[in-house]
Design a binder for this molecule. Structure first.
Ligand SMILES: Nc1ncnc2c1ncn2[C@@H]1O[C@H](COP(=O)(O)OP(=O)(O)OP(=O)(O)O)[C@@H](O)[C@H]1O
Length: 322
């Protein structure tokens, strides 16, 4: 179990993180999300032991004492994959992956390197020098190297940032099922809502130096406590109630995702289409609703200038207002 107690940190006068407390079970996968600069990387560095905190960090009964107490910063049973991958560029992909593996059992080592290259889909480029690999390929090798000595905890800072969309989904599925299979605890700092929604057991939202919201991805997505949290998952509307519901006169606002709003033939709520964006599986309609800009997902294209009628389920509105 990883436990953080009153973990605070500041680079200068202002705290980046203040009294962070949480507990992770072994094998749990946590995503940490929040706007750029909110302290996600700093949190990972504190857990790894690169930065010192006055708070306490435990892995089971063992207190992790940080750089003021360890000659070589960083805990051996934790792997931290930073945003710069820090590969040995003159070495091949396979040599980089095997760099921290013992040479005592060469056959075992070779098998392990092969297994890891398969996880990150880099078997074909095993013998290519790291300096000749693309940014995304280097990132995949760095990921494999982080897993090589099977850490108990892995800390991933934007691990797919250089990887193309096509490969990213497959790699994510392979990586997270590998971590679950090996019961490796994982904290991933990410901007990507798919990392946070599809693969995390729990998600922490960082804002104003503390954990601003926390829950399972489903809880946070379906009942975001406010617009800020919802906006971390994609486009979001923050609509005045009286504008979107026939039954409401309130000036209160409600958080609605574009897919929460339906275009219908019978409603007193009317808006005018301003712009249309093709998104592949659907269209994103930008419309003017009593002077407010509103975004709606729709299956068909609608010409700008056209009037549309909108409907949101009352039960959804009540749920979001809780
Ligand atoms: N070495 C440093 N010295 C001084 N300030 C720093 C240092 N590293 C980070 N900061 C500041 O601390 C704050 C948190 O940075 P951090 O990198 O943890 O944020 P982040 O949420 O990971 O950002 P991003 O999503 O852009 O990677 C930022 O305001 C940043 O400018």
């Amino acid at each position: 179990m990883l436990k953080l107690q009153n973990v605070s940190f500041s680079y200068g006068k202002e705290p980046v993180l203040k009294n962070i407390n949480f507990t992770l079970e072994k094998g749990e996968n946590i995503s940490v999300i929040g706007q750029s600069g909110c302290g996600k990387s700093t949190l990972l560095k504190l857990v790894y032991g690169l930065l010192h905190t006055d708070g306490k960090i435990f892995w089971g009964d063992k207190e992790l004492l940080g750089p003021n107490f360890n000659l070589v910063p960083g805990e051996a049973f934790i792997k931290y994959l930073a945003q710069d991958f820090d590969l040995m560029l003159p070495l091949t992909a396979a040599e980089n992956v095997g760099k921290h593996l013992s040479n005592f059992y060469p056959v075992k080592k070779k098998r392990r390197i092969k297994e890891l290259l398969e996880v990150v889909e880099m078997e074909d480029l095993a013998d290519k020098k790291a300096k000749l690999l693309s940014g995304g390929q280097q990132q995949r090798i760095a990921l494999a190297r982080a897993l090589a000595r099977e850490p108990e905890i892995i800390l991933l800072d934007e691990p797919f940032s250089h990887i193309d969309h096509f490969r990213k989904n497959n790699l994510r599925r392979r990586l997270f099922s590998y971590l679950k299979e090996k019961n490796i605890t994982c904290i991933i700092a990410t901007h990507d809502s798919t990392d946070a929604l599809s693969f995390a057991d729990r998600t922490f939202v960082l804002k104003n130096s503390h954990i601003y919201a926390e829950g399972t991805p489903e809880e946070l997505y379906q009942n975001p406590p406010n617009k800020y949290v919802a906006s971390l998952f994609g486009d979001v509307n923050y609509v005045m109630l009286k504008n979107i519901s026939d039954n409401e006169s309130s000036r209160k606002r409600v958080v609605l995702y574009p897919h929460d709003i339906k275009i219908t033939s019978s409603s007193n709520v009317e808006a005018e289409v301003q712009r249309v964006y093709f998104k592949g599986e659907n269209y994103l309609i930008e419309a003017n609703l009593n002077g407010e800009k509103i975004l709606i997902d729709h299956t068909k294209e609608i010409a700008p200038g056209k009037k549309i009628k909108l409907k949101v389920s009352d039960s959804l509105i009540q749920q979001r207002l809780k």
